[in-house]
Design a protein around this ligand. Structure first.
Ligand code: GLY
Ligand code: MN
Ligand code: MN
Length: 439
């Protein structure tokens, strides 16, 4: 394990991304991005800090209360970073700061300024520009700074940029197609996540609590250098699996129930996102097996269609066809398959999408097209996560009530089709049972 991976991120990658942004900016414009500030949890305790994904993507800088300004004027470009100044007393209490003097060299920026002087610098840099790229509503502290800067400029009879352009579509499109370095980091997040699920399978027993298994997962993440989960881990025994974002994780596991775990590591700020569902006792019952096989078939057939120029929609249509046929066969739905699909009868048992983009954010940025029909391209990374959830009070044969199943993998779209980045995590019934029983 190399915990220094973040310090070793090649700055050139971030610089190249800023170059690409400069190329897309119109002349006589500036682009401004803030990161997050630290957030109070209670009293004088804070949540552990994690930078804004867009800001990280363009700077590789992970300190709170920072901002980045790119200026393109008369064909010339200037990159500026605003950071907290060094402060020995604060650093003794709360940790090291890069500081203004070190920032330009360390981060390959033209200049750095004190974040506390940002209004003053902005007023100078934005004067007489025609456009400002800015995403309003993401960080209120950033909105306050920019719009009070504009107010001050107007009061002082300075010309403010009269066009505000949202930079989100531009940056989201860039982030949607992953670079080789990004793919390597996501692969590592997926690898760590796979290990954690295998550990969970081995550690699960009747009467252990959901949160104990969550702890086993977190331990495996930490062991491989991922301090954070990419999202709150879902460890849902029995019918808790029918609550899609269940996160109480406080119930004992019951013999005879399934356990659904949706957990992914965040490695170097990149997310893995895996779901596995397995029996608490180590052996699937017949009704559990029937629904599991159906979910797995939806997933394996969908994966075959998640290839260049196909779409999430095409794959989901196939999954829905398989699901509806399967539910009719099991007596859970009654009627004609085509009519049931038309009526979306399956929605009561499969109420979420097939998958989403994956990257710096677990639900990553990027346009999906109409009804998720955007053609897939090489370099995209996405999840494929069909599920079947039968509530306890559903009007279905008794043996299926209270069962929730989801199987989720992460795919990279490649010239050959796709690569399953989470194939190290077992999902065939025999493999899961074998791992659990050998533990
Ligand atoms: N873990 C959130 C999701 O699967 O989308
Ligand atoms: Mn998930
Ligand atoms: Mn997901």
């Amino acid at each position: 394990m190399d915990l220094a991976y973040l310090a070793k991120m090649p700055q050139q990658e971030f610089t190249n991304r800023r170059e690409s942004v400069f190329e897309q900016m119109q002349d006589n414009s500036a682009l401004l991005i803030f990161t997050e500030t630290e957030k109070r949890r209670n009293s004088d305790s804070e949540y552990l800090f994690r930078p804004d994904s867009h800001f990280w993507y363009l700077t590789g800088f992970a300190e709170p209360k920072s901002a980045m300004l790119l200026v393109k004027k008369e064909g010339k470009t200037e990159s500026i970073i605003f950071v907290r100044k060094k402060d020995p007393l604060m650093e003794t209490w709360n940790g090291r700061r890069l500081g203004i003097e070190n920032a330009p060299n360390a981060l390959q920026f033209n200049a750095a300024f004190d974040i506390d002087d940002i209004q003053h610098i902005l007023a100078k840099k934005l004067e007489n520009l025609t456009a400002c790229y800015y995403a309003r509503g993401l960080q209120s502290w950033g909105d306050n700074i920019l719009f009070s800067t504009f107010d001050n400029m107007v009061e002082n009879r300075k010309k403010v940029p009269n066009t505000l352009i949202d930079w989100q579509p531009m940056l989201s499109e860039m982030r949607l197609i992953k670079s080789e370095l990004e793919i390597a980091l996501i692969q590592q997040a997926c690898h760590i996540s796979s290990m954690a699920h295998i550990r969970a399978m081995k550690q699960t027993r009747p009467n252990r609590y959901e949160l104990e298994i969550e702890g086993e997962i977190q331990y495996e993440f930490s062991r491989f250098g991922a301090r954070f989960p990419a999202y709150n881990s879902i460890v849902a025994g029995g019918e808790n699996a029918c609550i899609l974002h269940y996160n109480e994780n406080d119930q004992p596991l019951k013999e005879g129930d399934l356990l659904l775990i949706d957990a992914g590591a965040e490695f170097a700020y990149y997310a893995g996102d895996i779901t596995r569902t397995f029996p608490v006792s180590g052996k699937f019952s017949t009704p559990q097996k029937e629904l599991y096989d159906l979910t797995l078939k939806m997933q394996t057939e969908a994966i075959k269609l998640l290839v260049p120029n196909s779409s999430i929609k095409a794959a989901n249509d196939k999954a829905v066809q398989i699901l509806t046929e399967g539910l009719v066969e099991l007596g859970i739905l009654k009627g004609n398959v085509e009519e049931l699909i038309e009526q979306k009868a399956y929605r009561q048992f499969y109420m979420h999408g097939l998958g989403h983009w994956l990257g710096l954010d677990v639900h990553d940025v990027g346009d999906y097209g109409n009804e998720r029909d955007r053609p897939l391209q090489i370099g995209m990374v996405l999840t494929v996560e069909p599920g079947i959830y039968i509530p306890k009070d559903a009007d279905v044969p008794e043996q299926y009530k209270g069962i929730g199943i989801r199987i989720e993998d992460n795919l990279l779209i490649t010239e050959y089709g796709n690569k399953n980045l989470t194939s190290g995590c077992p999902k065939e019934i025999e493999d899961i049972e074998q791992i659990m029983q050998s533990a």
